[in-house]
Design a protein around this ligand. Structure first.
Ligand code: GDP
Ligand code: MG
Length: 142
């Protein structure tokens, strides 16, 4: 299987619930390695740029407002099939539809406050990793 990198964001609701450690622990237990990690408070501009693909959607304003409501933890996860693996661990966008045992089923409270973000494809992963991290900030562990 391909070694991949994906971008994960622990969103403001999960940070506010003190769930950062629990969530990162799930990635590590699933064999994904954290190769970069930082806590940031997103500006409106940074959040809008990150979610630019959704700019025409009716929920865009709410999404940007939520993502700037408190600090987030942004990480690069590395491992076999990391993009799909992370999406499996996250569960469905709407926590009501997320499978039991997934991060969103356990930590999300609504479709907007849904605990985590994960890249959905190799192209978006590459863009999203570069949106938050320079090459020097990523520490491959071999
Ligand atoms: P994801 O890849 O599973 O995070 O889902 P999407 O890329 O489709 O949407 C990005 C984010 O926008 C989601 O994680 C939600 O926080 C938010 N979102 C998506 N759909 C809706 C919706 O119908 N209503 C609201 N309020 N937020 C939504
Ligand atoms: Mg998405």
């Amino acid at each position: 299987m391909a070694q991949e990198r994906t971008l994960s964001i622990i969103k403001p609701d999960a940070v506010a619930k003190n769930a950062v450690g629990d969530i990162i622990s799930r990635f590590e237990k699933a064999g994904l390695q954290v190769v970069a990690c930082k806590m940031v408070s997103l500006s409106q501009e940074k959040a809008e740029g990150f979610y630019a693909e959704h700019s025409e959607r009716p929920f865009f304003k709410d999404l940007v407002s939520f993502m700037t409501s408190g600090p987030v933890v942004v990480q690069v996860l590395e491992g076999d099939n990391a993009i799909a693996r992370n999406r499996e661990l996250m569960g469905a966008t709407d926590p009501k539809k997320a499978e039991a045992g997934t991060i969103r089923a356990d930590f999300a409270s609504s479709i907007d406050a849904n605990a985590v973000h994960g890249s959905d494809a190799p192209e978006s992963a590459q863009r999203e990793v570069a949106y938050f991290f320079s090459d020097e900030e990523i520490c491959p562990r071999g």
